[in-house]
Structures are given as structure tokens and as C-alpha cells.
Design a protein around this ligand. Structure first.
Ligand code: COI
Length: 349
């Protein structure tokens, strides 16, 4: 089944030059929007980008009932546009929605809302280098009521914004031993607004200390590595790509999954398991060459130049032959149509 949306075109379809704009600052000309009430989605449509009118009583403003996704579309050399891993993002969106007591969006509605928006604003997809169109499907609770229980009314929307590098240089990271991103049984695996809002304070404190990001550790002992801010954490040492297993408190990253799949196919030994700070410190202390990087939709592959553990800074390997760069380039080639898409990850329009 395919959806037919009503489309209202913006009169001025010109495309802004966003090359020097901060990430996510400039939206494209249009947005997708649909309303949920009485157990159904209503009036799915694409309209010129505009502000929302929302009751100050809307539940999302008080209790954080919000869920979002982050996806990307890429331009091929022949002008076709590739929306990357729609099914995997839809799967995660639905899991996050379920965890936050929010109604599902069918695969067809999700796919078609994104496809039609990207198609209409396809001139906004950067063709050059690492450029892409960042896509932000999201849902918010709009029912107007001050009362802490799940809403009966929601908005599902999709926005788009041209994106270049999220991090412009290799990162200086601090192991976070005090604050916690997510606890067992909490919402850590859901892509909900609160996980990000709650991370701002520790991240800001780390920035004031001269770090770019934090490396989150478990909530009980602050000893097991969870993820880094805005991305999954990955390490390559002793010929092995190691990343924390999906424990329930970290995000099931789509870039994480793509990197692991590509790594396994290229014959790299992969371990999804628990990694402790003690193990990491012992590796550094023994002089083992350690690559560390973040993997995420916005960040793609963000090389980490150093990790500070309890005040001591350890340098990570950033040489040109680093495995992370090979994996990044293999991912780039699939997304840009320069290598075969053997997994059906690309939705090309
Ligand atoms: C993404 O990587 O898509 C995210 O949602 C992270 C966000 C902080 C930009």
C-alpha cells in the first residue's frame, strides 16, 4: 500500500546555500505532518515549512512524551537520491514509540512521508563530498491536559535539513564517572527527547573542562562503557572491532549496525560485548594501539583523538591506515551508489 498525500508547494522553491551553516539550522522548503486522534492518523500532508500552533497544555511540553529518528539521504552522481536504511530506522522508531506509550506509524506511512518530502525537496540534497540531507521524523504528544498520563493526541512530522560534518575534528573525550545517561530498565534504548536533554548538563560540564564529548559508563559502578554523546562507541585493537553489546540502556544505532555488518563482511573480527574502563586503561598502559571512534547518523564516523580516564589523557590511534577510515569509506560508497547495495539498505528515488 502507498499513501497519497496532499501536497501544498511553497511558491518560492529556491534552495538556500547552507554549506557554512551549523548542523540542523536551515530546514528545507517543506515539512510532512499528520495528526493522531481517536486511534487513527488523519490528514497526512506536505506543506511549506511553518511554525506550529500548540496549546501550552500540550503533554509533550510537560512530560517529555517525544520520540525522534535521525536519518540521511544522499545524492548519486546521476542525480538520483538514496534514502538510507528506512526499514531499520522505522523499526527503531516503533520500538521507541512503544517504550514511550505512543502510537505506531505504519511502515508505509513512515516510508512514504519521508520519500515524498525528499522527492519534493530533492534539490536540497547536497551532491558534494560528505554532504547529505539529514531527515528528522518525530512524534510529539499534543493533547492539551495537565495530567501525567499518556496522551490521546499526537503529531507525526518529518523535517529535512542539509548536513555536512557534525564534528569538524577528532574528539577529545572524557570518561564520565559521576553522571549517568541511562539506567537498567530505563529509556536508554529509546530515541526519546529526555535522554538527550538529561545529557546536556554533564556534557556542558565536560566542555567547560576542555572536552568535546563524554564517554558514558553504567549507572551502578561507572565502570562499563555504554555509549558516547550522540553516537555509539567503537574500538579497534588487537585486530578486533569491539563495541558494547546492546544491553537495553544504549541506542541500537543504525550506523553501528552498518559498520558491524561491513566489518564482518570484510573479514574483520567483531565482538559485541561489555568493555570496562579497567580493560581500556590496561590496553593504553600496555602500549597497545587503540582506535576509538563514535558511530552515529549525524556524526557518521567521528574519530576520537584521546580518552581521559580519571584525569589521565590517553592518545588513540588516528593514522591514515586506521580501520575506522576503511569502514567509513566502505559505508560512504554504498550510500553514494559507488559500491553494490547487497543488503537492500538503499531506497533510491
Ligand atoms: C543522530 O545521529 O541522528 C542523532 O539523532 C543525534 C543528534 C544529536 C543529532
Amino acid at each position: 500500500m502507498s499513501y497519497n498525500f496532499s501536497i501544498t508547494r511553497k511558491q518560492d522553491m529556491s534552495v538556500a546555500n547552507t554549506t557554512n551553516e551549523p548542523f540542523g539550522k536551515v530546514p528545507t522548503n517543506h515539512m510532512f505532518i499528520a495528526e493522531y486522534r481517536n486511534g487513527e492518523w488523519h490528514n497526512p500532508r506536505i506543506e511549506p515549512m511553518h511554525d506550529l500552533t500548540l496549546s501550552p497544555l500540550a503533554l509533550c511540553l510537560h512530560y517529555g512524551q517525544t520520540v525522534f529518528e535521525g536519518m540521511k539521504a544522499f545524492k548519486f552522481a546521476d542525480g538520483r537520491v538514496n534514502i538510507f536504511r528506512v526499514e531499520k530506522h522505522h523499526d527503531r522508531f516503533c520500538k521507541s514509540l512503544d517504550r514511550m506509550c505512543m502510537p505506531p506509524v505504519s511502515y508505509e506511512l513512515f516510508r512514504d512521508s519521508i520519500r515524498e518530502l525528499v522527492n519534493l525537496d530533492r534539490d536540497w540534497v547536497p551532491a558534494d563530498g560528505d554532504g547529505s540531507l539529514y531527515l528528522r521524523p518525530f512524534m510529539i504528544a499534543t493533547e492539551a491536559r495537565i495530567g501525567a498520563s499518556k496522551a490521546e493526541e499526537y503529531l507525526y512530522m518529518v523535517l529535512a535539513s542539509p548536513a555536512y560534518q557534525y564534528y569538524s575534528a577528532p574528539l577529545k573525550i572524557k570518561v564520565e564517572r559521576n553522571f549517568t545517561r541511562a539506567a537498567d530498565g530505563g529509556t536508554g534504548a529509546a530515541k526519546c527527547g529526555g535522554n538527550y536533554g538529561g545529557a546536556f548538563y554533564p556534557t556542558q560540564k565536560a566542555r567547560e573542562e576542555g572536552f568535546d564529548q563524554v564517554l558514558w559508563t553504567d549507572n551502578k559502578h561507572h565502570e562499563t562503557i555504554e555509549e558516547s554523546g550522540t553516537m555509539n562507541a567503537m574500538f579497534y585493537f588487537n585486530n578486533t572491532l569491539v563495541t558494547p553489546a546492546l544491553s537495553g540502556s544504549i541506542l541500537d544505532g543504525v550506523t553501528r549496525d552498518s559498520m558491524l555488518t561491513i566489518a564482518r563482511e570484510t573479514g574483520i573480527h567483531v565482538e559485541e560485548r561489555s568493555i570496562s574502563i579497567t580493560e581500556l586503561k590496561a590496553l593504553f598502559d600496555s602500549g597497545t594501539q587503540v582506535e576509538a571512534f563514535g558511530a552515529g547518523t549525524a556524526a557518521v564516523v567521528a574519530p576520537i583523538k584521546s580518552i581521559t580516564i580519571d584525569g589521565k589523557e590517553y592518545a588513540c590511534y588516528l593514522g591514515e591506515d586506521a580501520v575506522m577510515f576503511k569502514l567509513k569509506s566502505a559505508l560512504f560508497n554504498i550510500r553514494k551508489g559507488l559500491a553494490p547495495d547487497t543488503h537492500g539498505w538503499n531506497l533510491v528515488i
